[in-house]
Design a protein around this ligand. Structure first.
Ligand SMILES: NC(=O)c1ccc[n+]([C@@H]2O[C@H](COP(=O)([O-])OP(=O)(O)OC[C@H]3O[C@@H](n4cnc5c(N)ncnc54)[C@H](O)[C@@H]3O)[C@@H](O)[C@H]2O)c1
Length: 427
């Protein structure tokens, strides 16, 4: 298909998703446990992503380069072939769109494997693509766990792997890709810093800290879980954050006013609570939450709910400050100077995201320029416009999703050199 033809099909898929927003959001809530309020946002970001790449599909082009003697060269932007997408369980539908959007826009096929914990909604995406006119077999869903993922990565006909998940799995994927010289995009974990200066708008900074920690039960890769607060405002900020955290409505994710649903499964809930227990043993103070939440509704009494937790008295070398918890746990850390906080913020193996709250624009830009992270926020956190590239530095991975940048990772350049004169042979 031409780019314009692909554009039309993708716009149709985006239209169907928009039309079925409520049904898909409900499915996603059941799939993952996140609140319906948030699932709707995920579905909106998903159709916006398909619309964005539909728009780019028709404008993908190469270059014409003039050479001496009337000769010239040109480049063709070509698809890679069959791309494999492997997704995490926290944003099942959205991750599938972030991968299939640019893949299909560039003219590739995709075989997608969702996490076995959230197998449902991506099947609906495949049906929607078919309804929209995506040729049969161009977007395929394969269900399974690690073994299935391995087989896909090792398959000789696969041209590219795009992976979203944990660092240990990312390493395995890269090893497998290396054996087949396959390009990879790795969207891995994080332990991102959020820096609050004393001159920040306090109301926005508090909202930002909550956005940075408690969406999708805290199971968000780019969460700003290390909240560095300038000492002067530590007490006021902490008090306000704790107050708002305690007000977060937990429970049945399908209810309109719920803002925090259930964690993904029992072992993960236990793991998150294990981090909190260890934090206490290492000297951190639980300022709120961290305990199980049992809803009144008897049918939910065995759900994987916990109260969002704020940890005070944290030190940089505590496990809860160093490791990705992937649950609703915020660590608050005081700081005194810009230089000091930057050094501490960057002292991590991860580099997915970072944020700063300040009213001083010079300071804001200076701080984000110094942060070793792929996605930085000034005076907000965890917004995901599809127009902006997203991806990590350091152990958080490489390659970019979203924005024009993703096109580079789903296409390859062919250079054609055209001779207009005679061959000047060396022989
Ligand atoms: N950077 C991002 O964009 C982003 C987004 C969401 C989640 N994450 C990260 O994902 C992690 C949580 O997700 P998870 O628990 O699903 O991660 P995970 O690494 O356990 O699994 C991710 C996917 O990989 C598959 N898989 C597991 N072992 C495999 C193997 N050996 N070969 C091929 N595939 C294999 C899984 O079945 C799943 O589909 C967190 O670390 C989080 O930070 C990153």
């Amino acid at each position: 298909m031409s780019g314009m033809e692909r554009c039309r099909v993708m716009l149709e898929a985006a239209r169907i998703i928009r039309e079925q927003r409520e049904e898909i959001a409900t499915m996603e809530t059941i799939n993952n446990g996140k609140s319906i309020f948030e699932a709707r946002v995920d579905i909106d970001i998903s159709w916006q992503c398909l619309e964005y790449y539909a728009g780019l599909a028709g404008s993908l082009a190469g270059e014409h380069i003039q050479l001496p003697g009337g000769s010239f060269g040109y480049t063709r932007r070509e698809p890679l072939g069959v791309c494999v997408g492997i997704g995490a369980w926290n944003y099942p539908f959205q991750i599938a769109c972030w991968k299939s959007g640019p893949a299909l826009a560039c003219g590739n096929a995709m075989v997608y494997k969702p996490s076995p914990f959230t197998p449902i909604s991506v099947v609906r995406l495949a049906e929607i693509f078919t309804e929209a006119g995506v040729p049969k077999g161009l977007f395929n869903v394969v269900q399974g766990g690690a073994a299935t993922g391995q087989l896909l990565c090792q398959h000789p006909d696969v041209a590219k792997i795009s992976f979203t998940g944990s660092v240990p799995t990312g390493m395995k994927i890269m090893e497998m890709a290396a054996k087949g010289i396959k390009p990879v995009t790795l969207e891995l974990g994080g332990k991102s810093p959020l820096i609050i200066f004393s001159d920040a708008d306090l109301e926005n900074a508090v909202k930002g800290a909550l956005m940075a920690n408690f969406l999708t039960q805290g199971e968000v890769c780019c969460n700003g879980t290390r909240v560095f607060v300038e000492r002067k405002i530590l007490d006021t900020f902490t008090k306000e954050v704790v107050k708002r955290t305690q007000k977060i409505k937990i429970g049945d994710p399908l209810l309109e006013d719920t803002r925090m649903g259930a964690l993904i499964n029992r072992p993960h809930l236990n793991r998150v609570q294990g981090f909190i227990k260890q934090a206490k043993e290492q000297g951190a103070e639980v300022l709120c939450g961290g305990d199980l939440y049992v809803p009144d509704d008897p049918k939910l009494k065995n759900g994987y709910y916990m109260r969002p937790c704020v940890l005070g008295n944290c030190k940089d070398d505590m496990t809860c400050v160093k490791e990705e918890i992937f649950g609703p746990v915020m660590a608050i850390l005081p700081f005194d100077t810009e230089e000091e906080v930057l050094e501490r913020a960057n002292a991590t193996k991860f580099g997915l995201a970072g944020g700063v709250f300040t009213r001083d624009i010079q300071k804001a830009h200076r701080v984000v320029a110094a942060l070793k992270a792929g996605m930085c926020f000034i005076n907000n956190y965890n917004v995901s416009p599809v127009e902006l590239p997203f991806g990590g530095y350091k152990s958080s991975g490489f390659g970019r999703e979203n924005g024009r940048a993703a096109i580079e990772y789903y296409s390859q350049l062919k250079t054609v050199c055209v001779e207009m004169g005679d061959v000047e042979s060396a022989f």
